[in-house]
Design a protein around this ligand. Sequence first.
Ligand SMILES: NC(=O)C1=CN([C@@H]2O[C@H](COP(=O)(O)OP(=O)(O)OC[C@H]3O[C@@H](n4cnc5c(N)ncnc54)[C@H](OP(=O)(O)O)[C@@H]3O)[C@@H](O)[C@H]2O)C=CC1
Ligand SMILES: CC(=O)N[C@@H](CCC(=O)OP(=O)(O)O)C(=O)O
Length: 352
Amino acid sequence: MVKKARIGILGASGYTGAELVRLGLRHPHFELAVLTADRKAGQAMADVFPQFAPFDLPKLVAIEGLDWRSLALDLVFCALPHGTTQLVLKELLDTAPATRVVDLSADFRLDDPAAYETWYGHPHQALSLQSEAVYGLVEIYRKEIKGARLVANPGCYTTTCELPLIPLLKRKAIEPDEIIIDAKSGMTGAGRSAKEAMLFSEVSEGFNAYGIARHRHMAELDQEFSKAAGQDVIATFTPHLVPMNRGILATIYVRLRKDRTARDLRSILAEAYDREPFVHVLPYGDMPQTRHVRGSNMAMIGVAEDRREGAAIIVSVLDNLVKGASGQAIQNANLMLGFPETAGLEQIALFP
Ligand SMILES: NC(=O)C1=CN([C@@H]2O[C@H](COP(=O)(O)OP(=O)(O)OC[C@H]3O[C@@H](n4cnc5c(N)ncnc54)[C@H](OP(=O)(O)O)[C@@H]3O)[C@@H](O)[C@H]2O)C=CC1
Ligand SMILES: CC(=O)N[C@@H](CCC(=O)OP(=O)(O)O)C(=O)O
């Protein structure tokens, strides 16, 4: 019998933390040993999220005062706000260097400390960990993730956009300087902490663009697209907030390189993801919807030709809380701990 891994979830009272608990409870090799919260520390998980009432879970505790060494956790999922995360993880890994970490925040995704400072407005406070961290886009960095101690789980928007575009840039099938991404996210992408702009009365029956030309995920897109293309790539990226709970849909406009067709793009993606359990490329011309992936760890991609000659349209969807966050984090943890990559992640989308 495989020994169960002792798992900690920091930020279990948030949306991605609760999603880690939902998936982790059904994981065959996880023992959920520690769950933390900030304002909700001291409460039972079932008091914060009644859906967990039937399950035996540890109480939510504050991070301060935890003795990482004696807890002897095999792996910690960190689902805290960016900024706070780097301080918490520095202390954790200084005290318990053998614990593995999958961080869901943006703190360790950028290779370049100067880029971090530019996009996040303050210098990074755990530089050695930043240089150690491996970017956790499993389908691209599987080998590096396996041996990593600290994995930076990619952002939800970025996962949606990088899965279709990295293989196309690597194969030089599209023009790297003519990428336009129009992305829409459900509201859980903004986290559980109440903000006026997230009230039902202010979000329902309308939708809006935000972060125009300055959303922090652009730094992550620039980094990964440039690596894939072998040259600097700056894509246009505009996020939108739509009145639904879960899901991201990115409509991506690309210009084909000479002698390439939209069908070639679909073939490249189908070949790249042929053996991947969590990326599905649809038949040419078919388009995915967010409801096709809701609650599952699946990303779906559709490709079609544009009416403009030499151009194509790609649509990519995932559930921001699963493949865009907690599901992908568990996929990373499975690789790091030597479990089957799909363990705990085989649920199918909830439809309708
Ligand atoms: N939501 C999403 O779709 C995605 C989120 N992410 C990233 O994952 C991380 C978590 O996001 P999400 O779950 O949405 O956020 P939430 O706002 O829903 O939850 C945040 C969690 O962190 C705890 N927390 C907040 N401040 C502190 C602090 N100073 N010290 C200790 N704990 C604290 C909160 O505790 P309490 O509630 O008790 O105050 C809560 O458990 C963020 O970095 C986010 O950007 C990444 C991909 C997708
Ligand atoms: C809808 C919404 O507000 N989404 C968030 C992205 C959430 C996120 O997960 O950002 P990180 O992965 O970088 O932490 C935003 O646009 O800031």
